[in-house]
Write a protein that binds this ligand. Structure first.
Ligand SMILES: C[S@@+](CC[C@H](N)C(=O)[O-])C[C@H]1O[C@@H](n2cnc3c(N)ncnc32)[C@H](O)[C@@H]1O
Length: 548
């Protein structure tokens, strides 16, 4: 597809956008159902032949292809992205991820031959997503690395002989000497200068990601004097010896190259991937472009991405076109941010959402902590705008699959999934609305997901996530909210409200028949209300939530 068929008419291409080579022919969307399982795929999931989906993926081993290129907090488990893509799309269809993060969905989309569009506010995440999903010829990277090896060696000799290195300036950022050893600073500048001299953008960016990964790496493998950069506020660590930048870079490079080779061998080189530097609250894409929306939105105040990424942005920001000062100012635009000014909190408090679960929650939070109540309100208002954009960009009858988790604020459980469903079903865009089709609970394998583990006043941390499945339907259809796993409550819903049209999985392109039966068996949460009604404000009231 050409840019004008993808982008909104009024949207100029955003800064930081990148596009892979356009395929010769993208073909029309396949109307056939997708294959149940991809033969020979690296993952064999028992449910492919009709069993209930266990989305915990306990058997998922090491990251494959480019998934392990760079650490990232709260990454999607790749098999979950794979499952959703196979369930909800046919080959060559278009996936949209409005919160693309490190690009897990894009990598899987390319491996499975789907076109993919993405938005992401964070410049480092955009770089990661772009690099991980680009089918870059590994031999180009090897040639560039050989050049760097040579230049590093020839620059090292004079230094060993006592000559001062000729370097561009070490970047200036807060507490530089506290976080980085003097020798590490010099080596990071040298290495960055050598990478910046690589001509081919895709190759340069690949090596830049490897470079960034040694800064943000977890614990002792980081060259920064910091521990746990991704999870929380970085903790300073006193290192006895200065970490060896070059050796760590070469180690990471070896692993990254192996991943790239595997990815390149399996990737579909003909599909398109586009990552735009946009806010999910105002997507640059035209209406009804996506065959599926697959995303894991940010959590409420759980991870401050700029806080963990700033270590890397200090060093490579200039090459990404963002100074650390500009990066700091972006912080308040992230969904889930902790920086919600007092005035905004008060404004939001005066604007109840008109949605029962959400308003009840905000009122309870107000009693214990007005600041956190304000953050929660701001999160859901932002997500409302993001959900409206998802509804606008999704094709009729197709599905949005969102992976979310409850949060704990001052000991209160925030039922994020239930609130988002409530919001989603209250929206109307272009004569369409979302209908909640299912929620599948999955267990988080904490080690691989790198979730923030919050304890004490914040509760027990995140042990499970919800996979919300929403469908875009025409607004004039009355929506009944019977449960999908309880015949009794479905019957109760049917008695009190006009019967909802049966979901059209079997007729919708790209959706496997039998999906709902599979999902239902593992769904623990259900909606047992008597149905939904349209209010004068156009909102749909949800039924009462129960936890099985
Ligand atoms: C949970 S992460 C996504 C992780 C991703 N699924 C992966 O596997 O790497 C959420 C992402 O949303 C991004 N984000 C936060 N606010 C945003 C906004 N307003 N618009 C677009 N992206 C945003 C964050 O920068 C973060 O990368």
């Amino acid at each position: 597809m050409a840019d004008q068929d993808i982008l909104r008419q009024s949207d100029p291409r955003a800064q930081g956008a990148s596009q892979n080579p356009a395929p010769a022919e993208l073909g029309r969307v396949a109307a056939s159902l997708p294959p149940t399982c991809t033969p020979g795929a690296p993952l064999v999931m028992g449910r492919c032949n009709g069993g209930p989906p266990d989305l915990s993926f306990d058997d998922y081993g090491q990251p494959y292809a480019t998934h392990g290129l760079h650490p990232f907090p709260a990454k999607f488990p790749p098999p979950l992205a794979r499952w959703a893509i196979e369930q909800f799309t046919a080959p060559r269809e278009w996936l949209l991820d409005p919160f693309v993060g490190s690009g897990t969905t894009l990598v899987e989309a390319r491996l499975l031959g789907r076109n993919a569009l993405a938005a992401e506010i964070d410049p480092l995440s955009r770089l990661l997503a772009r690099v991980k999903a680009t089918s870059l010829d590994p031999t180009w990277v090897e040639a560039a690395k050989a050049q760097i090896d040579h230049r590093w060696d020839s620059a090292t000799l004079p230094i060993l002989q006592g000559q001062p290195p000729s370097l561009s300036a070490v970047p200036d950022f807060p507490n530089r000497d506290y976080w980085f050893h003097a020798q590490v600073q010099r080596d990071l500048v040298r290495l960055r200068d050598l990478i910046a001299r690589i001509d081919k953008r895709a190759v340069r960016e690949f090596l830049l990601v490897v470079y960034s990964s040694i800064i943000i790496a977890k614990g002792p493998s980081s060259v920064a004097n910091a521990l746990d950069i991704a999870h929380s506020r970085a903790h300073h660590v006193e290192r006895r010896a200065s970490p060896n930048v070059w050796r760590r870079f070469c180690d990471r490079y070896g692993r990254a190259l192996r991943g790239l080779r595997a990815f390149y061998a399996q990737a579909d080189h003909s599909v398109q991937t586009l990552v735009l530097g946009h806010d999910a609250k105002a997507l640059p894409y035209r209406a009804r472009i996506a065959d599926v929306i697959l995303s894991s939105p940010p959590y409420i105040t759980a991870i401050e991405y700029p806080r963990s990424h700033k270590f890397s942005v200090w060093w490579i920001g200039e090459l990404l076109g963002v100074s650390h000062r500009v990066y700091e100012t972006l912080r308040s635009h992230y969904i889930g941010t902790e920086s919600v000014p007092r005035r905004e909190r008060h404004t939001l408090r005066a604007l109840p959402a008109g949605l029962p679960t959400l308003d009840r929650l905000a009122a309870r939070l107000d009693e214990v902590d007005e600041v956190r109540a304000g953050r929660a309100r701001r999160y859901f208002w932002d997500m409302r705008r993001a959900l409206a954009e998802m509804l606008r960009t999704l094709k009729p009858e197709r599905y949005a699959v969102l992976v979310v988790a409850d949060s704990h604020l001052r000991g209160l459980r925030v039922p994020t999934g239930a609130c988002l469903v409530e919001i989603a079903e209250s929206l109307e865009v272009d004569g369409a609305r979302f209908v909640h089709r299912d929620t599948v609970i999955r267990t988080i394998r904490e080690r691989s997901r790198q979730m923030p583990i919050k304890r004490g006043s914040n509760g027990d941390g995140m042990k499970t996530e919800e996979v919300l499945i929403l469908q875009r339907r025409p607004k004039h259809l009355f929506v009944a909210m019977g449960t999908r796993n309880s015949q009794d409550s479905a019957a109760a819903g049917a008695a009190a409200a006009p019967r909802a049209p049966r979901p059209r999985e079997a007729r919708s392109p790209g959706v496997k028949p039998g999906l709902r039966e599979g999902c239902c068996q593992s769904t623990k949460r259900s909606l047992t209300g008597v149905g939904s009604i349209e209010t004068s404000s156009g909102r749909v009231m949800c039924g009462k939530e129960t936890i099985a």
